[in-house]
Ligand binder design. Sequence first.
Ligand code: HXC
Length: 260
Amino acid sequence: MSETYVTYSRDGVVGTITIDRPRALNALNPEVLVQLSQCLKEAEFDRECLGVILTGAGGKAFVAGADIASMLDLPPAEGLRFAELGLSTLQQIEDLSKPVIAAINGFALGGGMELALACDMIYASPKSKLGQPEVKLGIIPGFGGTQRLARLVGKNRAREIIFTGDMYDAQTAAAFGLVQAVVPEAELMDYCRGMINKIGRMGPLAVAQAKRAINKGTDLALDSGLAIEKLAFMSLFGTSDQREGMTAFLEKRNAVFKGE
Ligand code: HXC
């Protein structure tokens, strides 16, 4: 039996996925990625879960990157297989029907920063350090970093971050638009839980469709993106959540959504 490195738990509507391999600062090897993928499936099919916090255990790192020792001797085909495992796992986060928040408390480097980039929002404690140091190792980001980072912060800032391999503190990452808020370490998880609870009071189908429209639409030409939004909008009519949301407004009460 292999060790357990990634766990899924739920408290109320808040799911938490914890990467727990502190002796290697939670570095991602194939086992960790497979377990992460499994936990994401659990979260997707847990009907009580309305959003997920992704975090790293040990108090020092979110994830310090892909596991360097396990990559050292990889021939190109194996390197590709490893990259594809990471890419498909991160894609699962983007495709999850619920919001996924990265709670960063420490190093989020290389594949760790790429993991955060696949999440819907990123919150970080002041001691956090983010960066894409792959060029220092003679490689480039391979879990989507060149693409997601450039789309999020713009090409020139992405070039600066990736070409230099520099590490940035949480405030600087926030100024880049990479981190949505810097939250004191002791409050970080509560802040993220509060965010999921708040979103959890909205219509779950609506949140899922909004996420889908943003993720599937924003890389397309505007008219194609707008077509995706239109279909997503239409799909919510006739759901019991849409009727409940609008009826509750008209009756001046809080809506009680069922996600149906
Ligand atoms: C494997 C890692 C690791 C990693 C840290 N460790 N990062 N092991 N892969 N990415 C291990 C160290 O070897 C060490 O093990 C232990 O974790 C503690 O780390 P230290 O270096 O002793 O800690 P510290 O001096 O505090 O430095 C922290 C650090 C440094 C600045 C984060 O560990 C570091 O630079 N790590 C590498 C970061 C990085 O380059 N990430 C990008 C990887 S490439 P021992 O056994 O010695 O105690 C990547 C590519 C993605 O992510 C795409 C792939 C397709």
